[in-house]
Each structure stands twice: as C-alpha cells, then as structure tokens.
Design a protein around this ligand. Structure first.
Ligand code: EPU
Length: 302
C-alpha cells in the first residue's frame, strides 16, 4: 500500500487535523509558529495517526497543554499530536486513579480530593496534562509525579502497546524512554478525608500564589535548579528581575519565570534565556540548563 500523506489525517473520524496551525494559540507563552497539529480522541485513531506518520516519514512530537515548551517562530516540522477525547478520562479504581494521558493535572487533583484520596495535591497548580507530567517528572512542594505513579500504558511509534511499572525518580527528567507515547496512567493514592485533601491543596495553591506569577503568560520555571541551588535565587541575585527582550520579561515575582507581557516572540524569549544564562554563568560559574523543552530550533539554539 502506498504511504498516505499527512493530509489524509484530515479524513480521520476521531481526530481533528490542521495544517499550519499557529502554535501561538496552543502554548501558554502565546508564542510559536505553524505546525501540522492533530488532536486525537481515541486509541484506534492514535494508532492510525502513528501509522500514517510512519508511512510518510514524519517525526511525531506529542504535546500536552504546551505549558512547558518554547516553539520556534518558524514552526515545527513533522506532526504534533495532542491527546484529547477518551484520553481525558479519569476513573477511580479502589485507592487508585486511572487517568488518560491528556487529562489535565488540576482536574485530576480535584477528582482525587472529591474522592478523599491524598497524594496528588501538588498537581493542582500545575497547568499541564498527566502525559506531560510523566514526560517531565513534574513536581512541586516536595512531591513528584514519579512518587505517585504506579504504572502506565504506552504505545511505541510502530503502534505496539506496552505497560511500564518501574520508574527512576530523576529530577525533571522523563519517566519513560524516548519513542514511547504514554496513553494512560495509574496513580496509587492514600485514603484520607475530603476536607484534609482540599485543605492541603488550598495550602499549596496559596504558597504558589505568593511566590509565582500565577495567571500570567509563562511556561513555569524556565531553568532547572542546579544541584543544591535555586535557579530563581541565582537569577534574582544577578539583578535580572524585570530584564527584558522585546515583549519578554523576567518576572519581578519569581526570577525563574519569563513573562510574555504582550507581543513577545519565541525569539525574544530565547534571547532573554541566553542573557540570563550568560549572566549567571559569568557571575557564579554555574551553567543553567533549560527546564522548558525547545521545539523546532537548531540543536544548540540556546
Ligand atoms: N528565590 C529568590 N528569588 C526569586 C525566586 C526564588 O530568592 O526570584 C528563592 C526563594 O526565596 C527560595 C528559593 O529561591 O528560597 C527557591 O524558590 P521557590 O521556593 O520558589 O522554588 P523553586 O526552586 O524556584 C521549584 C520548582 C517549581 C515548583 C516550586 C514549588 C524547579 C525549577 N522549580 O521552584 O516548579 O512549583 O519549586 O515546589 O524545580 C516548574 O517546574 O515549572 C515549577 C514552577
């Protein structure tokens, strides 16, 4: 059978495919150029999409809520996939939650709280998806995704399904090997009271609201914390709060956040990241590594 072109994805039933979709409409930074974006609603549709991508030689990038990515203004080549529809399901199984990889972290945390299950309170203020949390080992306030994860289901790029049950809890590092697309996740939780879980969620939200620019156009922490150090403190101590390039500014509230204050491009943000990284390197001799994922750039863009 001849390879189907990516455009054939537009004919799929349980998927919504768009060519040249402006990724600035998808990213929390509000920046990024065009991509071939397909929102997939069911497992059979995902397998179909992967088969078309493989046949046409297109590279696949799976995205969550685009809250931790910097997408090049020139766009991304290949196929960007988001998991939605069935992949946003959340179900309770005893003291565990089974969640689709496209389910949003705040909705998972709220669901757990409503069912009196403790352990996912830290997810409530992270504007991502569960698949994204696995891909970055998202964490906050002493908890990590790896810490609550029991097992996950994934497919590889050839469409073969796998179950993974052992994970390395590495700081802000993917919990699955490259080439695996996480489709569903099981979190093992602790039975508690709704009130206790909700109070802990509220406590963490308040901590976040007091220390981070919540509600602004950001991608969370821009750089990883170097071992034993805080990237935010290092950037702050270099006097960089308020520093800017174009429409990008270092937050006055938390120096490891970069805001799009209006009209920023990804090039502005990247330039500001370089400025920050170079200043911290000159002053402290510490090289900051990006926490955000750079997509569509040359390998050594930063
Ligand atoms: N600090 C400053 N100036 C600043 C910012 C921070 O001096 O501008 C100081 C704080 O006073 C504190 C220390 O640096 O003493 C650490 O700051 P904070 O408590 O805000 O935590 P963080 O290490 O900067 C990490 C995660 C966040 C997570 C918070 C809360 C990283 C890179 N960031 O931030 O995760 O929400 O802890 O647990 O690990 C994210 O990953 O996107 C993210 C926001």
């Amino acid at each position: 059978m001849p390879a189907l072109p990516l455009r054939s994805l537009m004919e799929l039933n349980s998927a919504v495919a768009r060519e040249d979709f402006p990724m600035s409409q998808a990213t929390t930074w509000g920046t990024g150029g065009p991509a071939f974006l397909v929102d997939v609603l069911t497992m059979p549709a995902l397998l179909e999409v992967l088969s078309v991508a493989e046949g046409s030689g297109a590279r696949c990038v799976v995205l969550g809520n685009c809250s931790d990515v910097l997408i090049c203004d020139d766009g991304v080549e290949g196929l960007c996939i988001r998991l939605t529809g069935d992949f946003t399901d959340i179900a309770i199984e005893g003291n565990s939650l089974r969640v689709g990889a496209g389910a949003s972290l705040p909705s998972i945390a709220t669901f757990a709280a409503k069912n009196g299950l403790a352990g996912l309170e830290f997810l409530s203020g992270i504007p991502g998806t569960s698949g994204g949390a696995v891909a970055t080992n998202a964490g906050a306030f002493g908890s990590t995704t790896a810490g609550a994860l029991a097992s996950l289901e994934a497919v590889d790029l050839s469409g073969e399904t796998k179950t993974v049950g052992a994970f390395k809890d590495a700081y802000r590092d993917s919990l699955v090997e490259p080439g695996l697309i996480v489709t569903s996740i099981r979190f093992d939780l602790i039975s508690s009271s709704k009130k206790t879980v909700k109070e802990e969620m509220a406590r963490q939200r308040a901590l976040r609201a007091g220390s981070q620019p919540v509600g602004a156009r950001t991608a969370g922490s821009v750089f990883k914390n170097p071992p034993g150090q805080s990237a935010g403190r290092l950037i702050d101590e270099c006097g960089l709060k308020g520093a800017g390039v174009g429409g990008a500014r270092v937050s006055d509230i938390h120096a490891n956040f970069i805001l799009n204050i209006g009209g920023a491009t990804s090039a502005d943000i990247l330039e500001l990241m370089r400025l920050v990284r170079d200043r911290v390197s000159r002053v402290y001799g510490i090289r900051l590594e990006p926490e955000v994922r750079l997509l569509g750039f040359e390998r050594e863009a930063l």
